[in-house]
Design a protein. Structure first.
Length: 595
């Protein structure tokens, strides 16, 4: 079957063994790849219900049918498993070249189980896969690990954890050459397996069903994206900072305030430290930023919008240079910036209210102090002092303080930086996401700003109107689940007919635009079924109470999400029982899910 490699590497670290398994063709046709295919495979995996950090807990790296081709904006991969933060389904996406090189090595994905007796890395080539000692790089930062392994192995692509993952920080990510599969804490799962890195070398071109048509169309779409997304190319995701503040869509002081001076954090501020751009494999846009800051000898990856909001407006740090340093530290240590800043904002807020003493933390916690944040990050990574508590994540920290109702998370995953009071559909988006609060699950905020796909019923509307948002969230979620199965980046506005044609030219399938919602809905439903097996209850489809209260002194002061009405509409649209959360037999039959 073209487009795919039809091979997944199964690695058992306990047995120090590797072998190739063949994914079912029916699964490839129904789910394509990415997180959808990973969910279908893991649903049948006997140890999926094991303790999250136990040796038998599985971890999957997956690509899609367009990965490794010249199709634009397809240079991504996804990591899936169970989250140490939530105990539920986890997926985390990253760009770069790792996914493409995995396809070049003849694989669609990797499924890792077991626990090594020693720190190790997996070395994958065109011909073989081998488990090797990583004792020489255990304890090193992500960039140090990359340098050491590259020098000893040669040209390769590396996905690695940093010290945070080794020390089982529950929001540790997996780093790859300036890109991070950051959310959900899957770096801690790697660390629990004593798996420091995966190193991939490959040279095999991805086979295509109709290579001539594919190449011609891919080149046309690349030219379209180069012109259509000039602003994203020019400024990167920092371009949203000013607009986000205008819409009251950037959190200020842990979502408590409406206004903050972002002149030191916006696109103009980025230009003052910018030295270059960075693009993922086969991307004509290049939204990544390369910056220089004092105290760091080489250029580093600049912070994205979510990180700027995390450490900037959220923690009241006004200088992008400070945010860039904190971002660099998190990348070096292997931490999710959203959850790192989220748990720090929570404890600073608790200290401000008198619920957390300096004696307990060992710090005078206050807003707007980048040096304090820097030191706390190091304590988290090394699990020193109060950092040992913070390293267990927002839910654990909130319970230890005794104020869980003020902690901004869903299912244990910190809320990212789009305010559901600014775009009310984000309330249901955060509440229903299988992995917990995730803005990429159903980016209805983008739809409200006229990113429309009318062919599949995705149309813009009033961002503050609750009516119809449950159905809209489901439709956008299905589309994004489809994108995450292909796998294609969410940033470009991809013409649906072109995306389908590329898929058909690659795979030989006969898909049409009308297949997009069902492919996405299958992925969404499989993740729901996995969570139900793991003990999930629909009462967990909720939102923190502070985000259901007005944002005072703002242009959205009268906007409160009607979460229950959104959820009821969403559940009805899906055909899921509102009380049990279980999909109906009719909905499963419609999606041709035999589970």
């Amino acid at each position: 079957m073209t487009g795919f490699r039809n091979r997944i590497l199964l690695v058992n670290l306990t047995k120090n063994s590797t072998r190739v398994i063949i994914p079912k063709k029916a699964f490839l046709k129904q789910f394509l790849g990415g997180s959808g295919l990973a969910a279908r495979i893991l649903y049948d995996y006997p140890s999926m219900g094991s303790d999250v950090l136990s040796p038998s807990s599985p971890l999957v790296f997956m690509t899609g049918p367009l990965t490794g081709t010249i199709a634009p904006c397809t240079g991504r991969h996804v990591v899936c498993g169970r989250s140490p933060l939530t105990g539920l389904w986890a997926e985390s996406h990253a760009g770069g070249r790792f996914g493409a090189t995995l396809k070049f090595a003849g694989l669609d994905g990797i499924l890792v189980t077991g626990q090594s007796k020693f720190p190790c890395f997996i070395h994958i080539t065109d011909e073989d896969a081998e488990i090797k000692s990583a004792k020489s790089v255990w304890g090193l930062t992500t960039s140090e690990t990359h340098t050491h392994l590259s020098e000893s192995i040669g040209r390769c692509e590396i996905a690695t954890i940093g010290p945070a993952g080794e020390n089982l920080v529950r929001f540790a990510g997996i780093y790859h050459n300036g890109r991070v599969a950051a959310r959900c804490g899957l770096g801690a799962v790697m660390g629990s397996k004593r798996l420091k890195a995966i190193v991939v070398q490959g040279e095999q071109a991805v086979p295509l069903s109709d290579s001539q048509s594919f190449i011609s169309l891919a080149r046309d779409i690349s030219k379209l994206f180069s012109k259509k997304h000039e602003m994203l190319s020019e400024s990167g995701t920092v371009m949203y900072v000013d607009r986000g503040m205008l819409h009251n869509d950037m959190p200020v002081r842990y979502f408590q305030d409406a206004e903050f001076d972002v002149s030191g954090l916006n696109a103009q501020a980025m230009k003052r430290i910018l030295v270059g751009r960075n693009a993922c494999y086969s991307c004509p846009i290049g939204c990544g930023r390369k910056v220089t800051v004092s105290g760091i000898p080489e250029s580093i990856m600049g912070p994205e919008f979510q990180t700027i909001a995390s450490f900037g407006t959220n923690l009241l740090i006004p200088d992008l240079t400070d945010v860039a340093r904190l971002n660099f530290l998190c990348n070096e240590m292997g931490l999710d910036t959203i959850s790192t800043a989220g748990v720090l904002a929570y404890v600073i807020s608790m200290a401000e209210r008198g619920n957390l003493s300096d004696n307990r933390t060992g710090y005078t916690l206050k807003w707007g102090d980048p040096q304090l944040v820097y030191e706390l990050i190091l304590d988290i990574v090394n699990r020193q002092g109060y950092g040992n508590i913070l390293a267990n994540g927002i839910k654990h920290v909130a319970e230890s303080i005794g104020c869980p109702e003020e902690a901004l998370h869903v299912k244990g995953l910190d809320v990212p930086h789009h305010d559901p009071r600014a775009f009310v559909g984000m309330a249901a988006t955060y509440a229903i996401a299988a992995r917990g609060a995730a803005h990429t699950e159903s980016d209805v905020f983008a739809v409200a700003m006229d990113v429309e796909y009318p062919e599949i019923g995705i149309l813009s509307g009033d961002r503050l109107e609750n009516a119809g948002k449950g159905k809209l969230v489901a439709r956008v979620q299905d589309f994004r689940a489809f994108c995450d199965s292909v796998i294609v980046c969410h940033f470009p506005v991809f013409p649906l007919d072109a995306m389908i044609d590329l898929l058909n030219h690659a795979t030989g399938f006969n898909l049409s635009i009308k297949d997009i919602p069902d492919i996405g809905a299958r992925a969404v439903t499989m993740k729901r079924l996995i969570n139900l097996r793991l003990g999930f209850h629909p009462s967990q489809d909720t939102l923190p109470a502070p985000l259901l209260k007005p944002l005072q002194d703002s242009i959205i002061e009268d906007s409160i999400p009607d979460l229950e009405s959104q959820l009821r509409e969403y559940y009805s649209y899906r055909g899921w029982d509102f009380e049990s959360g279980i999909p109906s037999l009719a909905s499963l039959k419609k999606l041709q899910l035999d589970v």
